[in-house]
Design a protein around this ligand. Structure first.
Ligand SMILES: Cc1cc2nc3c(=O)[nH]c(=O)nc-3n(C[C@H](O)[C@H](O)[C@H](O)COP(=O)(O)OP(=O)(O)OC[C@H]3O[C@@H](n4cnc5c(N)ncnc54)[C@H](O)[C@@H]3O)c2cc1C
Length: 419
């Protein structure tokens, strides 16, 4: 179906689904987003986090209308009053407080997930309270989405943008292949305010974000989460994340008090500002133990839904958050899908050709990224491995054997003897 009858069903009003809907609207393609949460929980959900937007930023600008572009920073940044452009993200030794290195990036900005969703919701058709239950094909070759409230919608294609635990994915690849892989990396992730002096202390080193590694195997991420009044530090929200590999796992913490106690106890061996932040984590905080999961997109061209249904964002590629690539790839997915679906809507391609072209670009891109994100997630919890990395040990200087912490003699290969 092309032209006026071409309609896109988007499942999930996260960053991926909303940017897709924005881009399709610009191209004159009809799209409706179906979101499981109702408008109240969607706005007030307690689980919220910030994300670093870097190389994916241009895809937002590409998909939103020109009048929204000047409002982007103000609309989505955690601290909209921060005027500087950053070119890197600082990393620290969490035990000594010493700065280890600045990791270069493409103008990294800390943005709020909630603000991005609200910003991208403007002007697009989002149907709330629509939890996807089933995907089917109807007799006319259209895709039919049935929701838990008993209603349904039909469209030319359906795009599953419904997160790492995607409900669309099992229909496309089967229950077993849709399963997430657990990396056994645990994470506390909490957003909270602090007394004025602790808030100011947290913005030392870098006013927006920093990452720290502890020899005991902990990573502690710290960033500004929300600034409503730059003159009232006690009102600023900060995001703090503590992550580690293996035990203790979720089941090892009987209650909230035990999670908080664990974090406070660990913080004692950190330098400031982490140590003081740990002391000031409020007794009223509520946070769970988040898992770190992976899903690698497989070839689903044999599926009966191939050419009608596809996945984008975390639904298509779940990866650890430690390298900050999930959102940036999700935005690229959305922009690439906009181009392809617009071509299908104009009749330049069939819908199946459009989805296939998108998948052939997306799959190798994220399959290259996922192992790197996994390696980084594992390495940041292994302090010795990190510190023995050649760029730490030798910098760009000439090789010096006394600096080679691995202690390996240089092996010189000998030529095989000729008979
Ligand atoms: C702590 C943390 C830090 C991160 N930091 C970064 C970072 O710095 N940089 C980066 O690039 N990425 C980062 N990420 C990853 C990033 O958050 C995700 O890649 C991104 O949010 C994915 O967006 P999405 O739209 O695909 O999914 P989501 O934002 O999860 O949206 C999916 C939507 O689908 C809805 N939904 C789910 N199931 C159904 C259903 N059955 N029916 C209807 N609707 C449904 C959900 O309610 C939700 O609104 C981080 C992730 C975490 C957890």
């Amino acid at each position: 179906m092309t032209g006026a009858g071409f309609e896109v069903l988007v499942i999930g009003a996260g960053s991926t689904g909303l940017l897709l809907a924005q881009g399709l609207k610009q191209q004159g393609v009809k799209a409706v987003v179906y979101e499981r949460e109702d408008p109240t929980t969607y706005q007030d959900r307690p689980r919220e986090w910030g994300m670093t937007l870097h190389w994916g930023a241009s895809y937002i600008s590409k998909c939103i209308p020109p009048e929204m572009r000047p409002k982007l920073n103000e609309g989505i940044c955690c601290d909209p009053f921060y005027g500087s452009k950053d070119l890197s993200l600082p990393h620290y030794n969490a035990q000594t407080g010493e700065k280890l290195f600045d990791m270069p990036g493409e103008e990294p900005r800390r943005i709020s997930r909630r603000k991005l969703r609200n910003f991208l919701s403007q002007g697009v058709d989002v149907q709330y309270g629509k939890k996807l239950h089933e995907v089917a094909l109807d007799d006319n070759g259209k895709v039919k989405a049935t929701f838990e409230d008993g209603t349904h919608a039909t469209g030319s294609v359906l795009i599953g943008c419904d997160s790492a635990n995607s409900a669309v994915r099992p229909f496309l690849v089967g229950e077993e292949a849709a399963q997430l892989e657990d990396l056994d990396i645990q994470m506390f992730n909490v957003s909270s305010s602090f007394p004025r002096d602790v808030a100011l202390l947290q913005r030392t080193g870098h006013p927006i974000f920093k990452n720290a590694y502890h020899p005991l195997g902990y990573m502690w991420w710290q960033s500004v989460m929300d600034v409503k009044d730059p003159d009232e530090p006690q009102t600023w929200l900060f995001q703090n994340i503590l992550s580690w590999v293996g035990a203790p796992r979720a089941e090892d913490f009987p209650d909230q008090a035990s999670r908080l106690e664990f974090w406070k106890e660990k913080a004692k061996s950190f330098a400031d500002p982490w140590k003081t932040v740990g002391e000031n984590l409020g007794d009223d905080l509520k946070f769970g133990v988040d898992r770190t999961t992976v899903w690698r997109p497989i070839d689903w061209s044999n599926s009966k839904f191939a050419g009608k249904v596809t996945l984008a964002g975390d639904a298509a590629h779940a990866m650890p958050a430690h390298r900050g690539q999930g959102l940036n790839n999700a935005l690229e997915d959305a922009a690439k899908l906009v181009d392809e679906l617009a071509a299908a809507s104009r009749g330049d391609k069939t819908p199946a050709e459009a989805l296939q072209a998108y998948e052939e670009e997306m799959r190798p891109r994220v399959l290259a990224e996922i192992p790197i994100s996994i390696a980084q997630a594992q390495m940041v919890h292994s302090y010795d491995t990190l510190m023995n990395a050649p760029f730490f040990v030798h910098g760009m200087h000439k090789y010096r054997s006394d600096l080679a912490k691995q202690g390996k003699e240089v092996e010189i290969a000998t030529q095989p003897k000729e008979d």
